[in-house]
Design a protein around this ligand. Sequence first.
Ligand SMILES: Cc1ncc(COP(=O)(O)O)c(C=O)c1O
Length: 360
Amino acid sequence: MVAEMNGKIGGKSLHWAELGFEYIRTDARFSARWREGEWSEGELLASEIMPLHEGSPALHYAQQCFEGLKAQCARDGRVLLFRPELNADRMREAAGRLLMPVVSEALFLRGVEAAVQANREWIPPFGSGASLYVRPMLIGVGDNLGLRPAREFEFRVFVSPVGPYYKQAGLAPISLAVSEMDRAAPRGTGSFKIGANYAGGLLATQCAQRQGANEALYLDAVEQRYIDEAGSANILVVLRDGSLVTPASAAVLPSVTRRSIMRLAADRLGMVTAERPIDLRAEFDDFVEMGACGTAAVLSPINRIWFDDAWHAVNPGQSGGKGSDAGVGPVMQELYDLLTGIQQGEISENYGWIHEVHLS
Ligand SMILES: Cc1ncc(COP(=O)(O)O)c(C=O)c1O
């Protein structure tokens, strides 16, 4: 157990603007245990090392799920989470799918807030371009051999200050390579945030990177035709008719960022939006802008895709209109500014998306 800590926000002297997306050990993590049908109160622990039974179902049968969200420091010093209730919902769905006990929204938020509060010195200051990544996880632990659910579980939340997920800082274009491997089957587990989906993606990501892309792009597993998603982000496309579309697929993770951007595009930019199957080859010439979105990726414009043995530029005529940087289209720029402005408390919203973590 660690004592409550009272340092000031950003008190650690890190080079915030130079952070990448790497694990940095912070002072405390929240841990609660489920035994005999009940969750413990939970506590803050100093050690990042988890003693685990070698028979733990999380290790053998991937009985585990996780979440990812960010705490950001606003200009006035408030610490803000973005729609954490949706992460709690998603963890509840994953727990149900993998026969794990439900982490209630109250326990989820208590764990997230406790981990953020105890590590206030690790919260990057406003304007640094960095944020505090929060990683809640639920894992099946304890002795076991056969394929059956664990009898004990741990809900843990650790945090780490992070910079941009892709190497470039801010809004910079990335490239994707269509994977020859499938990520998820239509009635499989693709829509749940569970480790089992990601181990299989490691090789696909490596292949995409060997091709010179930042990440893999998965097409639907049945026809290899419709866009599913990228390795760690959902896909958004601005079409020639001015609409914003995103793939309808039962196999993709329901991204909190994507749901928020679709709403902002409709409400604030007056765009026509649709969630529908997107046929990559048949529709590619109509793509005016394309983006990958997620908590880690934020909103990264995609400027080229590798498929059918060649690179294909997204809207090669795009000259970079008003307010846009090289290869960053105006709609992606506007959506990025809106989203990050709301997340950092710079732009007001009346959806109730911002959840303040009180530090005292
Ligand atoms: C496979 C996958 N798709 C999409 C996303 C984006 O989801 P969110 O916006 O909730 O972070 C993530 C995670 O960040 C992911 O791992």
